[in-house]
Design a protein around this ligand. Structure first.
Ligand SMILES: Nc1nc2c(ncn2[C@@H]2O[C@H](COP(=O)(O)OP(=O)(O)OP(=O)(O)O)[C@@H](O)[C@H]2O)c(=O)[nH]1
Length: 428
């Protein structure tokens, strides 16, 4: 027994022996755990003295049960359980305790062993706190987190989906993501990008909300692979960028529109004409430019004032617009000079349009705010894209020259570029 006592003293785990709840033996590790001066200092104290008031009842019940479980000898140890313990110095510790009924020197006793879990408990608390922080962040995130399987079926979607798409997460989970894309081409382009690069960042697309409204979204995602390297799905986030897109669209509109007439401004018109020119050359399709310039517009300003002049410009551009197809574009090149871009149009058709514009302008019944009636006329110069044209500027120049010739020969008329080899080309 003496040898065994020496061994128990050397044991790193805390061991206590109690009889009628009074400590009759304590090893060095238990003195260290309870911050007692020595093992002897613990003798005569009850074990319950050290237990935190909130854990006292549970502790007494367990010791009572374990004592009763013994039938004339060693009983079954109870399951280890954590208890808050106050040390002799008043420090709080979390201790994992297990006890068993024993018989020592012919009398029943309870043998307890304890392990200090204070540190582990702190780690758990930190983990819990970090988990709670993560959850809070996840719940309040503006972005919607989502994960699909290899077939595109949504496995998980974050709570942000309520705000962005108006659905509860469970209404989305289990369905394929395709259902929420108004244009399948968006989803196809997204899948192709993921297949090629394994990820996409700030990918633009559109989605349909539960209430039917189409919103602009931006997606950042990456492909998932299983441990065999097989494609296992997609994980990422998307966010509602409708406001940003609307703002961008508005800025784009402002940057490309002439404020007075609402027609395309000079820079945007020339950009579009450049693109149309390149496309016509590539595809070998026809294209015409029609230059328009109001006649003696200075006299309108001089007679009625600049504001009346502005109203004439607005009325004139609306009258021009009314004669055109949706694919034609009116650009305000400056002042009272306009240009009409007529893609996929031959000279004869463009001349018909020009003649209608001239007649329409002539027929406009204008009236000042003060009620004075007047009318205006316009001169037009038409040029058709030629195989020999090396740049858009060549075409613009020829349309300009024609306009000059219309002005010189009396105004209120159309002049067609004479260098055109189109058989429908005429100088009116
Ligand atoms: N009201 C108004 N007038 C403008 C605007 N831009 C240019 N103008 C005027 O348009 C007139 C153009 O005059 P001119 O270039 O001499 O040409 P015109 O009088 O139309 O004569 P022709 O072109 O030779 O038939 C000038 O009086 C400009 O002040 C505008 O935004 N608003």
């Amino acid at each position: 027994m003496t040898d065994l006592t020496q061994l128990l003293h050397a044991l790193p785990g805390a061991v206590l022996l109690s009889r009628n709840d009074v400590i009759v033996y304590a090893n060095h590790a238990s003195a260290a755990l309870l911050e007692a001066a020595s093992p002897q200092a613990l003798l005569g104290h009850t074990t319950n003295e050290f237990v935190h008031p909130l854990d006292k009842q549970r502790s007494s019940e367990r010791i009572h049960r374990v004592s009763e479980s013994a039938d004339a000898g060693a009983g079954t140890p109870n399951k280890p359980s954590e208890f808050r313990i106050h040390t002799c110095r008043g420090n709080l510790r979390m201790v994992l305790i297990s006890s068993v009924a024993v018989e020592v020197d012919g009398a029943p006793a309870v043998l307890m062993c304890g392990m200090d879990m204070t540190h582990q408990s702190e780690i758990q608390e930190q983990l819990r706190e970090s988990e709670q922080n993560f959850r809070r962040l996840f719940e309040s995130m503006q972005d919607v987190y989502y994960r699909t399987d290899a077939q595109g079926v949504v496995q998980h979607v974050g709570p942000g989906v309520r705000r962005v798409l108006g659905y509860e997460p469970h209404e989305i989970e289990g369905h394929t993501a395709e259902a929420y894309y108004p244009q399948s081409s968006d989803r196809d382009a997204f899948k192709a990008a993921i297949a090629t690069h394994g990820e996409v960042a700030d990918f633009s697309g559109q989605m349909v909300r539960k209430d039917g409204r189409v919103i602009d979204i931006s997606i950042s995602s990456h492909a998932l692979f299983d441990h065999n390297g097989e494609f296992a799905g997609i994980e990422g986030i998307y966010r509602d960028v409708t406001q940003r897109k609307n703002l961008e669209r508005e800025l784009q509109r402002l940057a490309t529109t002439d404020m007075l007439t609402g027609m395309t401004n000079r820079r945007a018109f020339l950009d579009l004409a450049e693109r149309t020119y390149a496309q016509s050359r590539r595809k070998g399709t026809a294209m015409c430019l029609l230059m328009l310039d109001l006649d003696h517009f200075k006299s309108v300003n001089d007679r009625f004032g600049h504001l009346e002049g502005d109203r004439v410009l607005v009325a004139f551009t609306q009258a021009v617009r009314a004669q055109l197809r949706g694919s034609d574009t009116v650009g305000r090149l400056g002042g009272e000079e306009f240009c009409v871009l007529l893609p996929q149009t031959d000279t004869a058709s463009a001349a018909e349009v020009a003649t209608r514009i001239l007649a329409g302008t002539r027929a406009m019944r204008l009236e000042t705010v003060a009620g004075e009636a007047f009318s205006i006329t316009v001169s037009a110069g038409l040029a058709t894209l030629l195989a020999s044209d090396k740049s858009l500027h060549r075409l613009l120049d020829r349309a300009d020259q024609s306009l000059y010739s219309a002005k010189r020969s009396g105004r209120d008329r159309l002049a067609i570029d004479v260098s055109t080899d189109d058989p429908g080309a005429l100088t009116l």
